[in-house]
Design a protein around this ligand. Structure first.
Ligand SMILES: Nc1ncnc2c1ncn2[C@@H]1O[C@H](COP(=O)(O)OP(=O)(O)O)[C@@H](O)[C@H]1O
Ligand SMILES: [Mg+2]
Length: 161
């Protein structure tokens, strides 16, 4: 996390008011989208990341952490074994990965309510597995693999009524 990624993409990205869609052509570009999302996040926000294994969810989360302003020298990687990683910063981030929890009852058993209802930011990989547990108001990011280096990244604010 020592490297600073410049968020210089010209397409509008507003996580509260409207949908936006991007094509990225490298992990760095996907991180850059993450930086732009992270810089707009506030305490209590939930970011739901949806996409196959290797789509770029963890890569995007690295950018989100930078955009939120986590303190330096914290490694952002997939918490597949630990399930939840916490990063300290201006706002704490709870990075949750549900890859290993296919059954809803196992996710329920994790007791995510305290994280979801708290003042940190939750970034959740495989959030589509949460069903009703996912708060209605969240920022949904869908990443689709188009080819080896190309990803379609859609950012959808679901708080919109
Ligand atoms: N445009 C891109 N955006 C993100 N990752 C990419 C891109 N092109 C190639 N990759 C590669 O895809 C992989 C994404 O991994 P990761 O972020 O761990 O995925 P996930 O968390 O969705 O399983 C990395 O190996 C990365 O180098
Ligand atoms: Mg991952």
């Amino acid at each position: 996390m020592t490297q600073t990624i410049k968020a210089n993409c010209s397409t509008d990205l507003s996580i509260r008011d409207k949908k936006s869609a991007f094509k990225t052509h490298s992990p760095e570009e996907t991180q850059e989208i993450g930086v732009r999302i992270g810089s707009q996040l506030s305490p209590g926000d939930v970011v739901a990341l949806i996409g196959d294994l290797g789509a770029g969810k963890t890569c995007l989360t690295q950018g989100i952490a930078q955009g939120v302003g986590v303190y330096q020298n914290q490694t952002v990687n997939s918490p597949s074994y630990i399930l939840i990683n916490e990063y300290e910063g201006k706002i704490p981030i709870y990075h949750i990965d549900l890859y290993r929890l296919e059954r809803l009852e196992d996710i329920v058993a994790l007791g995510l309510e305290d994280y979801l209802d708290g003042d940190g930011i939750c970034v959740i990989e495989w959030a589509d597995r949460m069903g009703e547990l996912l708060p209605e108001s969240h920022i949904r990011v869908i990443i689709t693999v188009e080819d080896e280096f190309t990803r379609a990244v859609e950012v959808l604010p679901t708080a919109l009524k």
